[in-house]
Design a protein around this ligand. Structure first.
Ligand code: HEM
Length: 643
C-alpha cells in the first residue's frame, strides 16, 4: 500500500516539476508535500505575472500562501540561542528598557545588541566588495539627475515616518576600524567626494558552524517605541521625568535639550526636522495617555503609568504603520484588505470591537492572538529587511515651506513661502529650523509635499556628501557618500545581490535586463556598469530599476520581505498577542489603542483643527491637497484591482 502511495507521490512530483522554473528544483525538493503543492500554485501565478491583478479575495489567498512559505523557509536564526533561560511573562507585564524578557523561552531575543537574523543564507562577497566599484554604481545609476516624485500618493510625513520606524527597529553596530573608498577616474569628476572614510560593520562571532559571524543590532527590534524611549536603561532615564509616568518635553512642545544643547530623545542619531517633529508628537501622545490613565486610575504611580503608557503608545505606532502608512505606500485594495486583516482579521473591525478576538490569526487578526508565534526562530529583524528599507531616494533636495497664515485654496492647498535645502534641515540645523517654524508649519508643509520615488537616478545628491553622526548625535569629521556606502554595506554584510535575492525569496529571477525594465536608457547604463551579467546587479539598483506594480511605491522584490516581516513584528511579540489585553494595558489603555485608527487621529488629538483646515486627503500620509478616495460600494473582498 505504502509502495503504491509513494509511487503516486513521485509521479505527482515529477509532473509538478515540469511547471517549475529550473532554479527552484533543489529548493522545492526540500519542501514538504503540502508546501511543494503550495509553491507550485503561487509559482504558476508568478509565471503569469498576475497576483496583483486577481480579485481581492484571491490575491489575499496568494499572499497567505506566499507568507506561509516564507515563514517556513525564509527565517534563519543567527547566533547561539540561549536555551533553558526561561522567564515568566507575569514577572514582566511591561516592555523592558532593553527589550529583554518579551519572549518567555529566550530572554535575549529582540533585545539591544542581539544579532540581526537572516531571511536567506549569506552570500559571501569578500572578494567582490568593490566589483563593480560602489562609486561607479552610485554615480552612473543612483545619483539624482532630476527629482522624480510619487505624485499625490506619498508625502514627506510618510518619509519622516519611515525614518521614525527605522530608528525604532534597526542600527548595525560598527567596528572601530575605518576603510576608505576612492572614486575611480572614470567617475571622479562627477563624485562630490573623491574619497571617503567610514567604519566597517562590526562582525561578531556567532559560535555557530553554518553562519560563523553576524552583526549586532544597537536598537531593540521589537515595535516598542524605542525611537522615543531608547534601547537601554541609560537613555530611558534621560527621557523620563519620573513624575506621573511622563517623558520630557520643552516648553514650546518640542523635544527638550540637555545642558550641552543636545536633544533628549530615545534616538538622536542622524535626525532631520521631520523626524524630530514625529518624536515630539509621540512624546505628547505618551504624556496624554499618562494623564488619561492617572485620571481613571488615581492609585497608579509613576512607574506603572509609564509602563502602561509605553505599551499603549507603541501599539498606536504599530497600528498606524500597519493600517495607515503601509496602505498608502502600497495603494491597492488587496493590500488595504490584507493590512486590515493583519490587525483586525478577515472578520473585520466591527466584529472584533463587539466580540473580541475570535478564531486564529486569519479570522481574528494577529493582534490579540492567544499566543505569540515565531515559527521556531527567535525574533529579530534581518539583514535583508535592512537592505530593502534602504529608501533614501524618498528624500527630496529641498523642503517646500508653506504659508499656513494664508487662507487655504482649492483642495486646501497652500502658497509656497520658500524652499529649504535638505542639508539645512538635518542635525543641529534641523532642530533650530523646527523651533523657528514650529510643529504646525513643519507638519503641514510636509503634508503638502510629495516624496521622492524609489527609482534609478533619484538618490539625493546632498546625501553623497553627508555629515553622518555617532550614536550620541555628535557629528563625525569624515563626510560620507551615502549612495556608494549603501552599495558597499549590502555587499559587506553578505546580502545576496538582486537576482539571487529574488530566487531565494521564491521569485522568478530575471535572465536579461529587458525582464527588469523597458526603459532603454536604464538598460544601456546597467550594461555599461554590469556588462551582461545580471547576477552582478546590486539589490538597491535592481529594486530601483524594477518596473513597479500599479499602486506600489516600492518594488515587488522588497514587498515580499515586508509581507513576511510586517506580520512577524506583530506575531512574535507577546504584547501584541497573548498580552494584548486589559490586564496588561488597562481597560482605558486598550480602548485608546483600539479607537485610534490613523495618524490623523493622533494629530487631531494634539493639534485640534489642523487636519480639518489643511488636509483634504483621506490619509495624513498622502499629499494633503489630493482628493479623498470616493466611497466604493463593492465589498472589499470582491473588488477587482484597477489596471
Ligand atoms: C534626513 C534623513 C536621513 C539621514 C540624514 C539618514 C542618514 C543615514 C546614515 C548616515 C546611515 C548610516 C549609513 C551607514 O553607515 O551604513 C543611515 C542608515 C540607514 N537609513 Fe537613513 N537617513 C535618513 C533618512 C532615512 C529614511 C527616510 C529611510 C527610509 C527607510 C532611511 C533608512 C535607512 C536604513 C534602512 C539604514 C540602514 C541601517 C542599518 O545599517 O542598520 N533613512 N541613514
Amino acid at each position: 500500500m505504502s509502495f503504491v502511495l509513494e509511487t503516486l507521490k513521485n509521479l505527482l512530483l515529477s509532473y509538478l516539476r515540469n511547471f517549475i522554473h529550473k532554479d527552484f528544483h533543489a529548493t522545492v525538493e526540500r519542501m514538504t508535500l503540502i508546501d511543494k503543492i503550495s509553491f507550485t500554485m503561487i509559482h504558476f501565478v508568478d509565471t503569469l505575472k498576475m497576483w496583483h491583478r486577481l480579485p481581492v479575495f484571491l490575491g489575499l489567498f496568494y499572499l497567505a500562501i506566499r507568507r506561509h512559505l516564507h515563514q517556513q523557509y525564509n527565517l534563519i536564526n543567527v547566533g547561539r540561542t540561549p536555551t533553558g533561560v526561561r522567564s515568566n511573562p507575569a514577572d514582566y507585564p511591561y516592555r523592558t528598557a532593553d527589550g529583554k524578557y518579551n519572549d518567555p523561552f529566550n530572554d535575549a531575543s529582540g533585545s539591544e545588541f542581539s544579532f540581526f537574523g537572516r531571511n536567506m543564507m549569506p552570500v559571501d562577497q569578500n572578494n567582490e566588495l568593490t566589483k563593480p566599484d560602489p562609486m561607479v554604481v552610485a554615480t552612473k545609476l543612483l545619483a539624482r539627475k532630476k527629482f522624480i516624485d510619487t505624485g499625490k500618493q506619498f508625502n514627506m510625513i510618510a518619509v519622516a515616518w519611515i525614518q521614525f520606524m527605522i530608528h525604532d527597529w534597526i542600527d548595525h553596530l560598527e567596528d572601530t576600524q575605518q576603510i576608505e573608498l576612492k572614486a575611480p577616474e572614470e567617475v571622479a569628476s562627477e563624485c562630490p567626494l573623491k574619497s571617503f572614510k567610514f567604519y566597517k560593520s562590526k562582525k561578531t562571532s556567532t559560535g555557530f558552524y553554518e553562519i560563523k559571524t553576524g552583526h549586532l543590532n544597537r536598537r531593540t527590534p521589537w515595535w516598542d517605541g524605542s525611537v522615543i524611549y531608547g534601547s537601554d536603561e541609560d537613555v530611558l532615564k534621560k527621557v523620563r521625568t519620573f513624575k506621573d509616568g511622563k517623558l520630557k518635553l520643552s516648553a514650546d512642545g518640542l523635544l527638550e535639550q540637555d545642558s550641552n544643547g543636545k536633544i533628549i530623545s530615545g534616538d538622536v542619531r542622524n535626525p532631520w526636522a521631520g523626524l524630530l517633529a514625529l518624536q515630539a508628537l509621540f512624546v505628547h501622545e505618551h504624556n496624554l495617555v499618562c494623564d488619561t490613565l492617572k485620571k481613571e486610575y488615581p492609585e497608579l504611580e509613576d512607574e506603572d503609568l509609564y509602563r502602561h503608557a509605553r505599551l499603549v503608545t507603541s501599539a498606536v505606532i504599530a497600528k498606524i504603520h500597519t493600517i495607515d502608512w503601509t496602505v498608502e505606500l502600497i495603494k491597492t485594495d488587496t493590500l488595504l484588505a490584507g493590512m486590515r486583516a493583519n490587525w483586525y482579521g478577515l472578520l473585520g473591525k466591527r466584529f472584533k470591537d463587539v466580540f473580541g478576538h475570535v478564531g486564529g490569526s486569519i479570522l481574528g487578526g494577529i493582534v490579540g492572538m492567544k499566543k505569540p508565534q515565531n515559527y521556531g526562530v527567535p525574533y529579530s529583524l534581518t539583514e535583508e529587511f535592512t537592505s530593502v528599507y534602504r529608501m533614501h531616494q524618498l528624500l527630496p533636495e529641498k523642503l517646500q515651506l508653506r504659508n499656513v497664515d494664508a487662507a487655504p485654496g482649492p483642495n486646501k492647498s497652500l502658497p509656497l513661502i520658500n524652499e529649504i535645502p535638505m542639508e539645512d534641515l538635518i542635525r543641529v540645523k534641523g532642530e533650530e529650523h523646527l523651533s523657528k517654524v514650529g510643529f504646525i508649519k513643519q507638519m503641514v508643509s510636509m503634508g503638502h509635499q510629495a516624496s521622492g520615488a524609489l527609482e534609478l537616478w533619484n538618490y539625493p545628491v546632498w546625501m553623497r556628501n553627508l555629515i553622518a553622526q555617532d550614536v550620541d548625535g555628535t557629528d563625525r569629521p569624515d563626510h560620507v557618500d551615502l549612495a556608494a556606502l549603501e552599495i558597499y554595506r549590502d555587499r559587506e554584510r553578505n546580502v545576496a545581490r538582486y537576482n539571487e535575492f529574488r530566487r531565494r525569496m521564491l521569485q522568478i529571477p530575471i535572465s536579461k535586463w529587458e525582464d527588469l525594465t523597458d526603459d532603454e536608457e536604464a538598460i544601456k547604463t546597467l550594461r555599461e556598469v554590469y556588462g551582461d551579467n545580471v547576477e552582478e546587479m546590486d539589490l538597491l539598483v535592481g529594486m530601483a530599476a524594477e518596473k513597479k506594480l500599479k499602486g506600489f511605491a516600492i518594488s515587488e522584490t522588497a514587498f515580499f520581505i515586508f509581507l513576511l516581516m510586517a506580520s512577524r513584528r506583530l506575531e512574535a511579540d507577546r504584547f501584541f498577542t497573548s498580552n494584548y489585553n486589559e490586564e496588561t494595558y488597562t481597560k482605558k489603555g486598550l480602548e485608546w489603542a483600539n479607537t485610534t485608527e490613523s495618524l490623523k487621529d493622533v494629530l487631531d488629538r494634539h493639534y485640534p483643527g489642523m487636519t480639518e483646515k489643511w488636509m483634504n486627503s483621506n490619509s495624513a500620509f498622502s499629499v494633503w491637497d489630493s482628493s479623498p478616495e470616493p466611497p466604493n460600494p463593492i465589498p472589499i473582498y470582491f473588488r477587482i484591482p484597477k489596471q
